[in-house]
Design a protein around this ligand. Sequence first.
Ligand code: NAD
Ligand code: WQD
Length: 335
Amino acid sequence: MNVLVTGGAGYIGTHTCVELLNRGDRVIVLDNYVNSSPAALRGVEQITGRTFPVYEADLMDYNAVKRVFSENQIDAVIHFAGLKAVGESVSKPLDYYRNNLIGTLNLLEVMKEHDVKKLVFSSSATVYGMNNEPPFREDMPRSTTNPYGATKLMIEDMLRDLCYACKEWSVVLLRYFNPIGAHESGLIGENPNGIPNNLMPYIVKVAAGELPCLSIYGGDYPTPDGTCIRDYIHVYDLAMGHLKALEYLGHMQGAEAINLGTGKGYSVLEVVQAFERATGRTVNHKMAPRREGDIAACYADVSKARELLHWEAVKTLEEMCRDSWNFAARNGARQ
Ligand code: NAD
Ligand code: WQD
């Protein structure tokens, strides 16, 4: 299969490209490197021993998107490209609406013109909002508390409307829970600029001695140890979920939302302990006030993914921690 991967140089994109190439698919990457670099794609080439066309292009540039479709035979698209930092989306809402919505609209218009009607879209567990009880099921009411989440809701709706209007489209809306980990080679992984907002990159920097201490946001939640519970999923498992979703596109029509998580929740303290066990490093930590917008517990009901995609996550929390650390260590984290 010939697969266009938008945002293919990013964290989840690179891992998905590796598994697509390993399976023998042909990959075309479009990325403007706003949150990545060409080095990540060299990692993909190194792991797979394969080369592939890469377009440095912005999805907001309609003509650039058209060129990619004119110059390549494309059977399906995996659409990762988007801005994804929740906090930044609150301070720069227009950037998020412009990039995520206009980028997606351009992509869909060009797909339509070129008669490419199979799409896997990166949605997020953030669409379950603050008012549902976990485990989250795909048919629960959706809501959001920030512009980033609003773009995911709007794009999900846009895609449903498109599928309603034109029955030839096949779209899978994959709702990811908390992706962590890295390729076991340590050649690709997550490498945020500056001080990380997310838990695992922060833990890694504390373990490496680059930051002094992890603040655990809230020890008074109604959970067994008082800290928040999340459904962490290895980025390899997530990548494999995309391969299964592409297969599923071949025998479905319309838009289908599917959770990608493990179905198991771990608390912040459990993640810290698992990281220490898996790596032998110490993670200095202290309790801090709750972070605005956090919910006590968020984990997936994974039965739909199992039924429709014949997919489930296989990697353990220890493997996620070990691979996150291995990537950081190979890429200059202080030992
Ligand atoms: P990432 O930032 O590492 O990757 C996104 C890629 O898209 C980057 O390489 C960036 O340069 C590119 N990009 C952004 N805007 C673009 C544009 N206008 N034109 C071309 N390229 C553009 O993020 P990720 O963690 O790999 O996430 C991929 C997708 O999954 C995103 O849509 C994100 O919202 C979604 N998602 C991520 C998580 C997570 O925790 N990582 C969770 C749920 C959903
Ligand atoms: C995990 C837990 C924090 C940092 C985010 C997005 C979500 C999705 C995945 C894109 C929480 C705690 C964190 C720290 C801490 N992304 N924490 N100290 O918030 O569950 O989800 O990424 O779609 O939309 O919101 O992930 O990694 O930020 O936090 O105690 O320094 O770790 O409070 O309980 P979150 P996270």
